[in-house]
Design a protein around this ligand. Structure first.
Ligand code: PHE
Length: 487
């Protein structure tokens, strides 16, 4: 089967950035930044994306481009006789599960657009907005309808292929996203009292910064750059050898971070200008901001622009999630693209039903103390993503070999890759350890250990420190012996 490729450099950048830029940037990043000490957290986050995000992104791009295969096929091609392809299975399953609930949130966004355009949203009293939002998501039919629309749009783009679908629409949508962001940013910072919001976002408060914030930064870097679920790997498989992966990864990362910062500049000045509190979770965009728009002149217009912006960010991400699963099915099971896309989309719709209902008639059902929706979010963000991330790092760093990855990153020497040594240290040692720590903290394993024995967490940390040293030792040893060069 002949594989599709991205047609232009700009299209490739738009598609990869489109995947990275999503709900995580527009809604989660501004909030966790405010919570963790503003500029102090931004600083830590920037260090995390440069030190861990970019190297892992490069590894995924390299895996994909080297093998010209999907997330499962890539591992099979490099190590046919081993079970490493299960890493790809984890990645693709994670993408599938994330998409099943990400599309539900994107559906809420579409329904808000329809309500903002008609002026219905800005006619709700601010104090009633919480109940209004609750009323929408707890219904049965409406959210399912919008979920269907999101999956339909996503499938429509993915069926058309990489060049004529993913690339074409990303190239149209991403510039619109930037224009909308700029318009909304200007509107927000020119409101009276906007400076308090900018202060909330940018004034460093190191006292709010904890070790947990650092882990939150690493975790968010992963999520925001769409790493650990084979997306970047799959996109990498559509890239030509003449493309410079280092500059591509840097550009995607810069765009992603820029959008996150711009979103913060849209949200907080407006929230503070109207004397509201920036609250956590979905309420920030679905309850607090509509209250802001209501008080603003031409509020319905700006509300519409804002929700269109979020919809674009979300849909360019759902496209990438679906592409990973479709690419895997078409190639591993030899199904044609159209059939695979339709089948998977129908499956996603069905799998999404319990998640949707968990806001309404099934809100009483809980899995390990969480609603179905929250459980899937927890399972993917805190368990499967870091797990996939560690496996990718170990595979690239130790199994395929950082040297071979670096060779691919430099397009076999066509481009210089001066940071090779640092890169190799990150994928082999730093990234797996850092991701492992996120895993221990965010799964609650650390706090459970504390309950078993107060010293236990320290013992585990000590063991991790020791493991790091051992890894570093082997890293430098193989580094100096010039081991495992590919034939
Ligand atoms: N990177 C996207 C964001 O920031 C989210 C995403 C996660 C997209 C996983 C695809 C896969 O929202």
């Amino acid at each position: 089967m002949k594989r599709d490729n991205f047609g232009t450099r700009l299209g490739l950048l738009a598609a990869a950035a489109g995947s990275a830029v999503g709900l995580g940037n527009i809604w989660k990043f501004p909030y966790i930044t405010g919570k963790n000490g503003g500029a102090a957290f931004i600083l830590v986050y920037l260090i995390c994306i440069v030190a861990i995000g970019v190297p892992v992104m490069l590894s995924e791009f390299a895996l994909g481009r080297k093998t010209q295969a999907n997330a499962v096929g890539a591992f099979k091609k490099l190590k046919p006789k081993k079970s490493w392809h299960l890493t790809g299975v984890v990645a693709v399953s994670t993408a599938f599960i994330i998409l099943s609930y990400y599309a539900i949130i994107a559906g809420w966004v579409l329904s808000y657009i329809s309500k903002a355009v008609t002026g219905k949203l800005t006619s709700v009293a601010p104090s009633a907005l919480g109940d209004y939002f609750g009323g929408i998501i707890s219904q049965t039919i409406q959210p399912l309808f919008w979920n269907f629309v999101v999956l339909g749009i996503t499938a429509f783009v993915v069926v058309a292929g990489v060049k004529d679908g993913v690339e074409k629409y990303s190239k149209i949508l991403m510039p619109i996203l930037f224009v909308l962001l700029i318009v909304l940013m200007v509107r927000s910072v020119t409101l009276d009292g906007a400076s308090k919001g900018l202060e909330f976002l940018f004034k460093p408060d190191f006292s709010q910064l904890t070790p947990a914030s650092v882990l939150e930064a690493v975790g968010h870097a992963f999520y925001s750059l769409s790493l650990g679920m084979g997306i970047i790997l799959t996109y990498g498989s559509y890239i030509k050898k003449e493309e410079n992966l280092v500059s591509l990864a840097l550009q995607v990362t810069i765009l992603d971070t820029l959008v996150a910062l711009m979103a913060g500049i849209v949200i907080f000045p407006a929230v503070f200008a109207y004397g509201l509190e920036p609250n956590a979770g979905p309420a920030l965009i679905f309850v607090t901001l509509p209250a802001v728009f209501k008080s603003m002149p031409f509020g319905a217009f700006f509300a519409t622009l804002f929700f269109v912006l979020i919809a674009i960010a979300a849909i360019t991400s759902t496209i990438s999630l679906l592409e990973v699963v479709v690419a895997c099915f078409t190639e591993q099971f030899n199904v044609n693209r159209k059939k695979a896309t339709i089948l998977i989309s129908v499956a996603l719709f069905v799998v999404g039903i319990p998640s949707t209902l968990s806001f309404g008639v099934w809100s009483g059902i809980s899995i390990f103390g969480r609603s179905i929706f929250d459980y899937l979010d927890f399972l993917t963000s805190n368990i499967l993503l870091p797990f996939g991330g560690i496996l990718v790092c170990i595979f690239v760093g130790w199994v395929w070999g950082a040297k071979n990855a670096a060779k691919e990153i430099s397009s076999d020497g066509l481009f210089s890759f001066k940071q090779e040594k640092a890169y190799s240290f990150v994928v082999k040692v730093l990234a797996p350890v850092a991701i492992g720590m996120i895993f221990l903290y965010f799964t609650g394993i650390m706090s459970k250990l504390k309950n078993v024995g107060p010293m236990l967490p320290n013992i585990v940390l000590g063991a991790i420190g020791l493991l790091t040293l051992v890894l570093a030792f082997f890293h430098f040893k193989t580094e100096n012996s010039g081991a495992s060069e590919e034939a």
